[in-house]
Design a protein around this ligand. Structure first.
Ligand code: ADP
Ligand code: MG
Length: 725
């Protein structure tokens, strides 16, 4: 077995620190330093954390006749002949040799290596190491490593023993063996400097190696068990830090933040429900119970509501907002698009018609200087507005609430995760020094993209989760058809037929106008399609465009006409992806469907199939997929209406990093831990983190000092841990 001190003698530098630049190591000049930097390696600490992606077994030296075809083998013998094939003088020739020992012969081939004719000669004794293949039923090694040895009888050196060789992420001009050599040279100096942030007790109880030992085992494992123990420990490290960050934040929310405890009574409940034009479904009732339970406490609610497109999240949100109003405080709902804010404003206005609840709409389109905007801001600041509906404009500095009690964030997946924190309060119940409570509203975060378990434990780990798992009654499932562009004519004739029956339709295209847009692919555009439909297929019907570049007023009036049935076809970009709710619209055509993401297609499709009128809703995807991934996406969307299944497929196709915008969540990436594979470790880490925080929330115990420092370093900003102190 290889001991960790086995680094080649003479190369171990004295005085190497974790912070030392790699350029101080023997053999690292400017060129190599550049290559290392391209792998993210600048200091010895980076090098230490540059972990092997896998290991290759190198077998102990054996006689030629016994060479195994599995793994990397070594043998020694005498060269009996050599030969250069082709490419003489240009360094491109192939060098061949035959190696013989007491048991048999082995063919050796090196490509692009005719220089070897100066180094290897018949009669030399060498040891070779490489993969053995059968060539014309003789064993052969291609491009083996070799070293000259004195005699065939010389004892094998350490390198000739069976071992696991690390295979590092490398580049074309910086191979894994070079990295292996560098690591081997510095590891003995570095390991004693590695301090373990985890209390030793914790490592012991999980049967995990301490950190320095884990690094040793990762870089120079004695056997497979060591390699996997190292991986487990290093993955646990990352997950524990993440979970600690989340646990501290959660603790902080619960102990230091103070939200108004809202009063709830049967009478209030009755008043609120009287506003809804329908009975809540069982699933909605359950979520309302979760929410009323939360908001009656003075710890801020932090709840994620997930429910598929059309599952009826809006009324549940309205319930929460009206709880604030019933307590003479304010509520706000934030949406990712202006159109959705406008939609909510209209539908909530309708439900609250005749009540004395005062609503305001606040979006970026209300010019920042306009008198209307100033009045709106004043109403919000003076508590004359009860419910504010808006976009991210709600987060701008000029928006100050008199006494905000409930915040709803709709379609959370369209925002970054951290926007929740940024609402401004005028009514702080204390200053933020010492132990005084910090005022916070209750938060309800909503999404139609179900969150896989791993994400709800990580990125969204500080949220409680409620799910609406059933659609409201009377829905007819949407039929989704997948057709090629050659069917366009049929599709629009069908669309016209349905308009003739008094139904309405959406046509979704990827761009507003084709001009100047990726001319090569000729994308269909809103303007082009309005003209095409109005002039050719839908004569006698009214076709209008809707997209993000229209003025808010125009957009509102187009939507109003569509809702009233005065406009029959809406040609749109993806602005209608969220929130638009017109039950009489039963047909949707999506052009260039291959260009849209899976969740996006599902959201778009969710605009139809909304009425209780019992008419069949159809979504036609016009697509010409050119990649496997696009084909998979389209098949998945055509194959199911179940948002949870679609989210799973999406996660499979895209992988963790991309899914759900987790790239923008701001948390440091996991380098070792693999999710969802390491879900068990994640749960273990969560349990430990919660226990540590429960026992020592301020992390003042000396055994937690280092952990705390690392936490603040890595997660301080993104999780707002700085405030935690
Ligand atoms: P989403 O969860 O996608 O935001 P919405 O809140 O927009 O869904 O609701 C979709 C549609 O279902 C709306 O037209 C809404 O009025 C209707 N709806 C919601 N809850 C119910 C219910 N309990 N019974 C009947 N219709 C409902
Ligand atoms: Mg919605």
């Amino acid at each position: 077995m290889i001991a960790m001190s086995e680094a080649p003698a003479g190369q171990v530098e004295q005085g190497l620190r974790l912070s030392t630049p790699v350029t101080e190591v023997d053999g690292v000049g400017p060129a190599r330093a550049r290559r290392l930097a391209s792998l993210g390696i600048r200091t010895l600490n980076d090098l230490l954390r540059h972990l092997p992606m896998r290991y290759q077994r190198e077998l102990a030296e054996g006689s030629i006749a016994d060479l195994s075809m599995e793994g990397i083998a070594s043998a020694r013998g005498t060269i009996v002949n050599t030969r250069v094939m082709g490419g003489m003088g240009r360094g491109k020739g192939r060098f061949q040799a035959t190696l013989k020992d007491h048991s048999g012969t082995l063919a050796l081939v090196w490509f692009n290596a005719d220089f070897l004719r100066h180094k290897l000669h018949a009669g030399m004794v060498i040891r070779v190491t490489g993969k053995v293949k059968a060539f014309n039923s003789y064993p052969q090694m291609v491009n083996p490593r070799w070293e000259a040895i004195e005699t065939e009888a010389q004892a094998p050196t350490a390198a000739a023993q069976e071992r696991l060789r690390p295979v590092y992420p490398a580049t074309d001009d910086l191979g894994s063996p070079v990295i292996e050599g560098l690591v081997a040279a510095v590891l003995p100096s570095l390991l004693p400097q590695v301090v373990d942030p985890l209390p030793a007790e914790l490592c012991r109880s999980h049967n995990m190696p301490v950190l320095a030992e884990a690094y040793r085992m990762a870089h120079r494992p004695g056997h497979e068990d060591e390699a996997s123990a190292a991986r487990r420990r290093l993955a646990f490290n990352e997950l524990l830090l993440l979970q600690m960050g989340i646990a501290i934040k959660r603790y902080f929310n619960e102990s230091r933040l103070k939200a108004p405890a809202l009063r709830w009574s049967e009478a209030i409940d009755g008043h609120i429900r009287a506003r809804f034009p329908f009975e809540l479904t069982e699933a909605q009732q359950r979520v309302v119970r979760d929410i009323t339970g939360d908001v009656q406490r003075s710890a801020p609610m932090n709840r994620l509501l997930q429910g598929d497109v059309g599952s009826g999240k809006t009324v549940v949100a309205l319930y929460a907002l009206l709880m604030a109003v019933a307590n003479r405080m304010q509520g706000a709902i934030m949406t990712p698009t202006e159109l959705l804010a406008e939609q909510h404003y209209l539908s909530i206005s309708r439900m609250l018609e005749g009540s004395n609840v005062r609503l305001a709409l606040l979006t970026g389109s209300l010019g920042s200087q306009s008198a209307g905007r100033a009045r709106t801001l004043e109403g919000i600041a003076e508590g004359k507005t009860d419910i504010v509906i808006g976009t991210q404009a709600l987060l701008t500095e000029s928006v100050k609430f008199a006494d905000l009690a409930v915040v709803v964030i709709d379609e959370q997946h369209r925002f970054g995760v951290l926007q929740r924190a940024a609402f401004r309060q005028g009514n702080a119940t204390g200053t933020s020094g010492g132990d005084a409570a910090i005022a916070s509203p209750h938060y309800l975060v909503m999404t139609a993209t179900p969150i896989p378990r791993t994400l709800s434990l990580t990125v969204f780990g500080d949220l409680d989760v409620s799910t609406i798992d059933k659609l409201p009654p009377g829905r007819t499932p949407i039929t989704t058809r997948l057709v090629g562009p050659e069917k366009t004519d049929d599709v629009y004739r069908y669309l016209a037929q349905r308009l003739g029956r008094g139904e309405q339709a959406y046509v979704v295209v990827p761009t507003i106008d084709a001009a100047g847009h990726e001319s090569a692919t000729q994308l269909k555009s809103v303007h082009e399609h309005v003209a095409l439909l109005a002039d050719k297929y839908c004569r006698g019907f009214k076709v209008e465009a809707i997209h993000g570049r229209l003025k808010a007023q125009t957009r509102e009036s187009v939507m109003e006409k569509f809702r009233a049935g005065k406009v029959h076809v809406l040609v749109a970009t993806t602005v209608i992806e969220v929130g638009v709710d017109v039950p009489n619209a039963t047909l949707m055509v999506i052009e260039h469907a291959e260009r849209f993401g899976l969740a996006q297609l599902h959201q778009l499709r969710g605009r139809i199939g909304r009425g209780t009128h019992g008419r069949k809703s159809v979504c036609v995807l016009v697509a010409e997929p050119t990649t496997d991934e696009a084909t998979q996406r389209l098949q998945a969307i055509a194959g199911t209406n179940d948002g949870f299944k679609i989210a799973e497929v999406d996660l499979q196709i895209r992988g963790m990093g991309d899914f759900f915008g987790t790239r923008q969540h701001g948390l440091p990436p996991l380098r070792v831990a693999q999710l969802p594979e390491d879900l068990d470790l994640l749960k273990l880490a969560r349990r430990d983190a919660e226990a540590v925080v429960r026992a020592d929330p301020g992390m003042i115990d000396p055994s937690h000092t280092l952990l705390k420092r690392i936490l603040v370093q890595q997660y301080g900003k993104t999780l707002g841990l700085i405030d935690v102190g």
